[in-house]
Ligand binder design. Structure first.
Ligand code: PLP
Length: 335
């Protein structure tokens, strides 16, 4: 490879054992440089503005990120020599902030919540103010930029289709919905029989539900992502964060996979639908990042117990998660 960002690992799948299925494959995006699926988003966004010739010698790239995109953009900006400002919030993992700074990024933390109780509105307002004040700023705008879904159609979705040409189900988490939209568009075109199941956290507004408090970064949004549409989705699931935590802990004990919270969310979604799925079916679950970044949150008993009630039994016995799924996962219909 010429550069670190070319080392994308789009062919890494493992079989998840212990769920009663022979063909449930987890796509491990944590093996990418910058440690998450967001490396591909970052490359897609910066390539897009470079191709449009919007990035000049004095440009400053700016983005709002809950963490992983910020780390990935910091890496690409270090590689390509661009100054980068990342706007984060108090839910952002401190190690992510440290990594961004190591790559040379400037990190701004907003602390005021918006009308929906999240931070997205405040982060976006900070960026809009900067754009109005200083024309050197270029907003990557992952929530609206068409390059976000396009890059996942061209990489993530294509790689899954190549590995599993006859895929029955694909489970994808929804944050900005770039991964989800890229996958749903690609599969609609190339493998329309594949059922695309979108998974989000309870408290997110993306599937039209009321906003609520969320603690796990990655999935969910306090404002409807402009790139999202329901058109080619076959199911939508909303997972309680307690189930996501339980699933992460089960996955570590049972398969030796230390995963991030969004992986637990998507896997909880799969498990809650498992009764409806033929045991011979081929299923892929996308795992966006790894768990090292969450040792002080979802893998800390103290962190969990101070934020969620009634978690003691689950923390003592991660296998209990399977008794909780009916009450912690909401199934909305697809369209
Ligand atoms: C850990 C993690 N999971 C899932 C996602 C959601 O991906 P997308 O923004 O493509 O919906 C993100 C996005 O930041 C993430 O960081």
């Amino acid at each position: 490879m010429n550069t670190i960002s070319q080392c994308v690992g789009d062919a890494n799948f493992i079989n998840v054992r212990g769920l009663g299925f022979d063909h449930i494959h987890m796509k491990l995006e944590s093996l990418n440089p910058a440690g998450s699926i967001k490396l591909k988003t970052a490359i897609g966004l910066i390539d897009f503005y470079e191709k449009k010739r919007e990035i000049h010698r004095d440009s400053i790239l700016i983005e709002s990120s809950s963490g992983n995109l910020g780390v990935a953009l910091s890496l690409i900006c270090a590689e390509r020599g661009y100054p980068f400002v990342c706007v984060v919030d108090p839910n952002t993992n401190i190690n992510n902030v440290k990594m961004m700074k190591v790559f040379g990024a400037t990190v701004i933390t907003v602390t005021e919540t918006d009308n929906n109780g999240g931070y997205l509105g405040t982060r976006i307002k900070y960026i809009r103010d900067k754009l109005n004040e200083d024309p050197r700023y270029i907003w990557m705008n992952q929530y609206s930029c068409p390059a976000n879904p396009e890059t996942h159609a061209a990489t993530t979705a294509k790689a899954i289709h190549r590995a599993f040409p006859k895929l029955d189900y694909l489970f994808v988490g929804a944050g900005t919905t770039g991964t989800l939209m890229g996958c749903s568009q690609y599969f609609h075109q190339h493998s329309p029989e594949t059922r695309i199941i979108a998974v989000d956290s309870q408290g997110s507004v993306t599937f039209g539900q009321p906003p609520g408090k969320r603690f796990i970064p990655g999935l969910g949004s306090s404002q409807m992502p402009p790139i999202f549409n329901n058109a080619h989705l076959h199911g939508r699931l909303l997972v309680d964060e307690r189930a996501a935590i339980g699933m992460c802990r089960w996955l570590a004990r049972s398969n030796g996979v230390l995963s991030g919270g969004s992986t637990g969310t998507v896997l909880a979604g799969f498990c809650s639908m498992a009764k409806q799925i033929n045991k011979e079916a081929t299923c892929v679950v996308i795992s966006p990042d790894a768990g090292e970044r969450y040792l002080d949150s979802i893998y800390s008993d103290e962190w969990v117990n101070t934020r969620f009630e009634g978690m003691h039994a689950l923390l003592n016995d991660p296998y209990r998660i399977f008794t909780m799924l009916d009450e912690t996962v909401i199934h909305l219909t697809g369209e």
